[in-house]
Design a protein around this ligand. Structure first.
Ligand code: XLS
Ligand code: MG
Length: 344
């Protein structure tokens, strides 16, 4: 019997609806209020960017950052919530305009590494050993601007600095092929795992598969998950959905392609994802049209859809599946899966 899944999301998943073409359309919800919503919606863990945990951290000393993060840990405890991971937000500062670890400016690269060390301090203070790296601007708009071999070496160097800074910290790469960049250097799970082999302690590097990011790379998210699982490197997931090759939509899980969502749930369940404490993260965004009073439904609905698909997956008759695959009758298998999804 597969384990019971536990769910997380980040405070950025409840947002005010701004997009590149228009301002916010909903009132901000303060962080403390967001924390009260987690348990009500069936979520037990919180994912953080470093400055979600400690706002304005660039204006604080390391000691002040640790103190604020330690205070946050008490607040999380009061709400019965655990911190899943912390991710350095390396895409908003003026020193990361050209990327963080791969910037062409050595002063900016140094900033990115120092900032990542503060992220590790925050992770330790709020009780998690996991740091997620979404390598947002580690790429180029034009090929000639950066050298991809040097860029890869610079990412390895930065990760090594983090691994050496803290011998217990684990680093989890969240691949994405594009946006905000034209192309990024670590677009898939395969790239992330290959990169880990160049680092000083490959065992402490894993992968966070985000459904939409895999789809943008032209891949099936469940295959990306299976690949990472076969290396024991699937340490967290960011489930959502994506309608074709366009900007990163972060749609409600299963809302575009139910079968694709089903296969993600199935591969996780089949291989006991969660047995080492891994969480199911839902990196989803409310539609801009959603009113203030129901702007969290994308989260509770995504969780509900996950659990419904789990039920369907567990109800499948393995004998039928074995029979159809042995006979190489994939048409019949296809129909069986479609009918099961329709019934569910
Ligand atoms: C962006 C990512 C980002 C990371 C955490 O697509 O979802 O928010 O998950 O840094
Ligand atoms: Mg994500």
């Amino acid at each position: 019997m597969a384990g019971k899944f536990k769910f997380t999301f980040g405070p950025w998943n409840i947002q005010e609806g701004s997009d590149p073409f228009g301002p916010t359309v909903r009132k901000p919800i303060e962080f403390g209020k967001k924390l009260t919503l987690y348990k009500k919606m069936g979520f037990d863990g919180v994912q953080f960017h470093d400055d979600d945990a400690v706002p304005d951290m660039n204006d604080l000393t390391s000691q002040q950052i640790i103190k604020k993060a330690t205070d946050l840990k008490k607040v999380l405890n009061d709400h019965g919530l655990a911190a899943e991971f912390v991710a350095p937000r390396l895409w908003e500062d003026e020193r990361t305009i050209d990327g963080g670890y791969t910037s062409n400016d050595s002063v900016c690269r140094k900033y990115a590494i120092e900032r990542s060390k503060r992220t590790i301090d925050i992770a330790n203070a709020i009780g998690t050993d996991l740091v997620v790296l979404w390598l947002a601007r580690e790429g180029t708009y034009i090929r000639e601007a950066k050298d991809s071999k040097v860029a890869t070496e610079r990412i390895v160097y930065a990760i090594n600095q983090m691994l050496e800074y803290d011998p217990k910290i684990r680093v989890c790469i969240e691949p994405k092929p594009n946006e905000p960049m034209d192309h990024t250097y670590i677009p898939t799970a395969g790239h992330a795992i290959a990169l880990s082999l160049l680092c000083v302690d490959p065992k402490r590097i894993g992968v966070n598969i985000e459904s939409a990011h895999a789809i943008l790379a032209g891949l099936d998210p469940s295959d990306e998950m299976g690949f990472a699982l076969s290396f024991d490197k699937l340490w967290t997931v960011h489930l959502n959905d994506q309608n074709g090759l366009k900007f990163d939509q972060d749609k409600t899980f299963g809302s575009v392609d139910l079968r694709r969502a089903f296969n993600q749930v199935r591969i996780l369940d089949k291989h006991d994802y969660g047995k080492n404490g891994e969480w199911v993260g839902l990196d989803v965004k409310a539609m801009r049209t959603q009113r203030d009073d129901f702007a969290t439904k994308h989260l509770s609905n995504s969780r509900e859809i996950f659990l419904k698909l789990l039920e369907i997956s567990r109800s499948l008759n393995d004998e039928y599946i074995a029979k159809y695959t042995e006979a190489r009758d994939y048409e019949e298998l296809d129909l069986y899966i479609i009918k099961s999804l329709l019934k569910g």
